[in-house]
Design a protein around this ligand. Structure first.
Ligand SMILES: C[S@@+](CC[C@H](N)C(=O)[O-])C[C@H]1O[C@@H](n2cnc3c(N)ncnc32)[C@H](O)[C@@H]1O
Length: 269
């Protein structure tokens, strides 16, 4: 299982996620839900960002079943929708890598996940696609990182660093070698191969200079991951540190914007 998903980081990214989510994909997903009360199973829920994003668009009676490995994140999610919020949320701590098949997809009306598919391996994606197809239920997978990150203003080291970061995205995240930037394309292909209809579209983060707290947190983690995979001898390590210092100074001065590419997809029978 992957560590490092702090409630603070998930809270910082939530508004960007909500703004980025692909409206056509969400509309197609909603069209697959029953008219009355819907039961939705959310995989790798973290602190409940999928509920925060979708609940305002759904029937008030929606019953959410949140699942995650991290009990502390599930506690945050449960607390967010407790005490008269009108939203029904239950939680289950689970290691999806070993216990995916213990979830009863056929007993809910839909399955969702967000910011998760890029962590998983080809083998896990196969298992997930099999479960979804067998259940006959619609599946919404939001905010899968697709390998594109661009900075404004640009810098000559940006592309090499993005390449190194994308290499890190494919390292083991608890499911075997992660698909990283290939995850969304692989998911579409596998779900279609199971005979499902699939609609996908971009859900890119557009991070502006005003999002300083997010940018500082994002760039710190992003840079550490990219540096760990850096194997280009031609560039002095000090050049990497200079890049990071410059970017942090640009954040401080309100001069940095970042676009991070994501894909949303919905599959149904
Ligand atoms: C990037 S976070 C996304 C959380 C949430 N869906 C969101 O959009 O904010 C990835 C989530 O996957 C969960 N996760 C990672 N490996 C897992 C595993 N083996 N079983 C269950 N959950 C896992 C983490 O605990 C984390 O909450």
């Amino acid at each position: 299982m992957t560590g490092g998903f702090s409630p603070n980081w998930l809270a910082l990214r939530e508004p960007l996620d909500i703004a980025a989510r692909n409206r056509d994909v969400e509309t197609a997903f909603r069209a697959q839900l029953p008219e009355g009360t819907a039961r939705i199973l959310d995989l790798a829920s973290g602190a409940g960002s999928t509920v925060a994003a979708l609940q305002p668009l759904l029937n008030a009676e929606t019953q959410w079943q949140l699942t995650d490995y991290d009990p502390a994140l599930l506690d945050v999610a449960a607390a967010r929708w407790s005490g008269g919020s009108g939203v029904s949320v239950s939680t289950r701590q689970i290691d999806l890598a070993s216990d995916l098949e213990s979830l009863t997809f056929e007993e809910v009306d839909a399955i969702t996940t967000s910011a998760f598919l890029d962590l998983v391996s080809e083998a896990f994606l196969d298992r997930l696609a099999t479960q979804i197809a067998a259940s006959g239920k619609p599946f919404l997978a939001s905010l899968t990182y697709d390998g594109r990150t661009t900075f404004s203003p640009p810098h000559p080291l940006d592309n090499d660093l993005v390449e190194a970061l994308n290499k890190d995205q494919k390292s083991e995240k608890g499911f075997g070698p992660a698909l990283g930037p290939e995850a969304a394309g692989e998911a579409v292909a596998r779900l279609q191969a199971k005979g499902l209809q699939v609609l996908s579209g971009p859900s890119d983060w557009q991070v502006g200079p005003d999002d300083r707290d997010f940018l500082e947190e994002f760039l710190g983690g992003w840079f550490r991951a990219a540096r760990s995979r850096w194997d280009i001898d031609a560039v002095e390590p000090t050049a990497l540190e200079d890049w990071y210092r410059l970017r942090m100074a640009q954040i401080e001065a309100g001069e940095l914007s970042v676009m991070v590419g994501h894909v949303d997809l919905v599959a149904w029978q």
